[in-house]
Write a protein that binds this ligand. Structure first.
Ligand SMILES: NC(=O)c1ccc[n+]([C@@H]2O[C@H](COP(=O)([O-])OP(=O)(O)OC[C@H]3O[C@@H](n4cnc5c(N)ncnc54)[C@H](OP(=O)(O)O)[C@@H]3O)[C@@H](O)[C@H]2O)c1
Length: 240
């Protein structure tokens, strides 16, 4: 299979790339730190992608089309929660437009625009699977704690966007299946500032998370729902 992992250089995406890396698969990883498409000495393809920049995603698409005639699995692991400029908001008073915009652009809008850009490559695959790493915190029904406005809202928007696309493509490109996966709390840069108060044993290694998520992708590759499956790393459904 040709497997494209957006955000495959760090965190969960990198662990998924390592897990899937074997002779039968061509693994293409993206990062904002990479350059033009190249095959590394370790057997990974790597290519630059800033998902929030349309020139970058257009170039990504052009270069991939020059090398591959389809993408079997698109796995989108991109996400932000905090940055040098902001931390998740605890109250309405902390809301600001920059943080809301950055979360919305990176975690939601860009995922849909990227699929639009890569559409030809996706629909030419035999059994295409589009997976976005979402988060349980994006569930409206499951929101009992509040807080983290921008991140929560962006993940809910991602879920809505992918569900809307799944309905459209169920008519036009029914071969394409969609998954929205909650990875479980995982030891990465994204979760690092919030790990201190976690109950013992709750923090997963990236390797374990990758193993569990890949298991769900294999198991649910041919699911029959016209909607994306919104499930966690153990395969449990999450309410929208
Ligand atoms: N860790 C957790 O506990 C947890 C829990 C629930 C959900 N998640 C979700 O899991 C996914 C992966 O997160 P992680 O924990 O692995 O975080 P991470 O280690 O901080 O990695 C974030 C990834 O996002 C990429 N990225 C950020 N902004 C980008 C942009 N503008 N364009 C392209 N790539 C961009 C980074 O790529 P570069 O190489 O370009 O920096 C990096 O690969 C996210 O969607 C996150 O919301 C994580």
């Amino acid at each position: 299979m040709n497997i494209l992992i957006i955000g495959g250089h760090r965190g969960i995406g990198s662990a998924i790339a390592n897990k899937l890396h074997n002779d039968q698969h061509q693994i293409i990883k993206t990062s904002r730190s990479y350059g033009d498409l190249e095959l590394t000495e370790h057997g990974f393809w790597q290519i630059h992608c800033d998902i929030t920049n349309e020139d970058s995603t257009h170039t990504l698409s052009q270069q991939l089309q020059g090398q591959f005639n389809h993408i079997d699995w698109l796995i989108n692991c991109v996400g932000i929660l905090h940055s040098d400029e902001f931390m998740p908001e605890k109250s309405l008073n902390q809301l600001n437009l920059n943080q809301l915009n950055q979360n919305y652009m990176t975690n939601a809008v860009s995922h849909l625009l990227l699929i639009k850009t890569l559409k030809k490559l996706i629909i030419h695959a035999e059994r295409p699977l589009v997976t976005s790493v979402s988060a349980r915190i994006g569930s409206i029904e499951d929101n009992h704690l509040g807080g983290w406005y921008a991140y929560r809202m962006s993940k809910a928007a991602l879920n809505m966007g992918l569900k809307t696309l799944a309905i459209e493509w169920h008519r036009k490109h029914p071969k394409v299946k969609f998954l929205l996966l909650h990875p479980g709390t995982t030891d990465t840069d994204l979760s690092a500032p919030f790990q201190r108060n976690l109950p013992k044993g709750q923090l997963q290694t990236v390797e374990l998370t990758a193993e569990l998520l890949v298991e769900q992708m294999i198991k649910n590759q041919d699911h029959s729902s016209k909607y994306p499956l919104f499930i966690d790393h153990k395969g449990q459904s999450i309410p929208w």
